[in-house]
Design a protein around this ligand. Sequence first.
Ligand SMILES: *Cc1c(COP(=O)(O)O)cnc(C)c1O
Length: 855
Amino acid sequence: MAAKPQTDHDRRKQISIRGIAPVENVVDLKKAFNRHLHYTIVKDRNVATPRDYYLALAHTIRDHLVGRWIRTQQHYYEKDPKRVYYLSLEFYMGRTLANTMVNLGIQSSCDEALYQLGLDIEELEEIEEDAGLGNGGLGRLAACFLDSMATLGLAAYGYGIRYDYGIFAQKIENGWQVEEPDEWLRYGNPWEKARPEYVLPINFYGRVEDNGGKKRWVDTQVVFAMPYDSPIPGYGNNTVNTMRLWSAKASSNFDLKFFNNGEYIQAVCDRNEAENISRVLYPNDNFFEGKELRLKQEYFLVAATLQDIIRRFKSSRFGSRDPIRTSFDSFPDKVAIQLNDTHPSLAIPELLRILVDIEGLPWDKAWEVTVKACAYTNHTVLPEALERWPVHLLEKLLPRHLEIIYYINHLFLQEVAKKFPGDSEKMKRMSLVEEDGEKRVNMAYMAIVGSHAINGVAAIHSQIIKTDTFRDFAEMFPDRFQNKTNGITPRRWLLLCNPGLSDVIAEKIGEEWVTNLYALTGLKKFAKDETFLRTIIKVKQENKMKLAEYIKQEFNITVNTSSIFDIQVKRIHEYKRQLMNCFHMIVLYNRLKKNPSMKFTPRTIMIGGKAAPGYHMAKLIIKLINNVGRTVNNDPIIGDRLKIVYLENYRVSLAEKIIPAADLSEQISTAGTEASGTGNMKFQLNGALTIGTLDGANVEMREEMGDENIFIFGMNVEEVEETKRQGYNAREFYEKNGELKQLLDQINNGYFSPEDPNMFKDIYNNIMYTDRFMLCKDFESYISCQDRVSEVFRDPLEWAKMCLLNIASSGKFSSDRTISEYAKDIWGVEPNDIKLPAPHETPEDFGLDSKAAKK
Ligand SMILES: *Cc1c(COP(=O)(O)O)cnc(C)c1O
């Protein structure tokens, strides 16, 4: 008897790692769902929309978090472990529904319940808006870290800003990027809990009053910070941590001057100005734009968070036994503050200000406490990304902080002079305050001086910051510099996004990998098991077909699902070299045009990513890719052998669809420019092969899997440096390589832009005369490496074996491993199992007249 094709429902039902579905749970879930539809959403099934069903489901799932959330926080209060505070201007969370079900182990029960109710759970999952409060890797890293900290049972908090508008929605119109505002809160956010009763005042502007050396910051404008809490469930461990995001609220007497003049309407309207602080995420990735509103955001986060941290420190159970915690000596034993890049680095002068000006500590004590509590993660060495705030802005907005920064610098330069006497060049280089040109504060330098630990995010990057970017500082503080190679959470990036692959892995080696990704090495022994390799191939094929359907539906492009799915998704940036990928497209096109009957391995090349709205070159690159796509995709000679797809509006939820379907992952930045990359790890974990340079974490991926399982090409960091010293000349390569010359001329003479032959001249001129990223030098090596890729792909079993060895070698890149290292080497906290009693699920168990709650 022929097996019936499995429905998605059947498939999801089988997977035991997603939780078994006991009948009682299914019955209870259905009841709770109907109850929420009625009482919370206030609809019946005659008028409910799919969004109403999504919201009813979200509330049903949320109910399962509440008991665990309260218990976890009670546990922290009672046991008073050292807390970890992860401060970040970005948390790129994506969707919450499926992740919550997976981490609670109730996905199967929910599937079954919704199925019995006649609803399609996958359709409902699609209704949820992404929480897009991030630009790219840095923001997504913060989100993966929250998942890992909860899964490891760390007493951790994410602190950030609740932007009304997250990263813009990208539309492609006539090949150009168009930005639309991201109204992610339009239909409400069922996952957050506003805490208006805990608003905190934040000061701006004003002046410093000096009473015989005792400083006070006065005449300030006050804005309130209102916390919104979201639950962060660990995987299968009853821990639910908190992400607290601050929203700006005008104080009730904001702009009193108008109020007194009777201009009541004006006063109310002006409240917007204060509340604009949390209006919108700045859409720059790896780029510093010195805008006052951004500086306000950075301070707003830091000031609200530190008040919260200090309140919690003082009011811990031990604190209340001992009315006030008698001193701040124990502060660094109870508090670890991790700065996600320099964006929240004002935490350093702000903590000093609180300790000295408000708590009355002597400077030396306050300094010791601050340095012991703070740690800084560097995310980039690109000079245009490093924050250097003009002194005049700081002086206007944060006059007391500027004084404190000057004082830190004064004391620090004395130390430098002591350690390196007579080296005035070094003093000048190391000053936190840059004196030539417009006076600016180098925030990375300040973060280094004010932190006990500084880390890069991949081995090669940590090496570069020690020996190059922050060389003088590494000589001064050799013990502070560390490496913490980034990671990704295997829950979202395998278990949730790739159920097919999760399932076949679990059948072979069980489920340990979900919380110990190194367990995937157990797959290595199946590298010659043809049956298993064919299973891997089948899963990939199914994922490719699903993505092909999405591409057909969204872009009306038919792709060949037996072609190589060659994918580059990440922010559009010159250093990431999407343009070199585009050159490869043109090479393949020109070859097929010249010799239509040549032997050719079919490819579908997909590129996705957003450009910062003000980044001219990045936006022009998007247009070029789309114009090349227009030419290629409509050429009958090419057929389905080569297709170009621009994946519009790349974001977390789209990444979850694309990555499981990839055959080839493009990680082709100029060596020395990509600090780590995390996209690379997601592809490896999902069984795509990588074509990449020896940059960022690619280096460590190669170490883990072996050179024979990855396609490495191009200059290494030393060769890049040597080329810069010798002087790079693109024309040399243009003259030498016929394919390169042809495609550059085509770009320059309007071959891909008959509507405007001059359209891409800026790209041509940049590549020929001002290219910092040396595309032409790596071009030949890239193209011949791609030719090898095409060759290997013709042998499906060989390819599948490499895929399997990639998956089996991805254990290192779990963010659980990364977080364990931060916990041990930087924070001094123990990963611990919180043995919570089985949580009660009914509110009555927690009510005032409850006997059960007395236990
Ligand atoms: C992982 C991720 C990134 C980071 O990708 P890189 O290739 O490391 O730059 C960016 N955006 C989204 C949506 C991601 O999920």
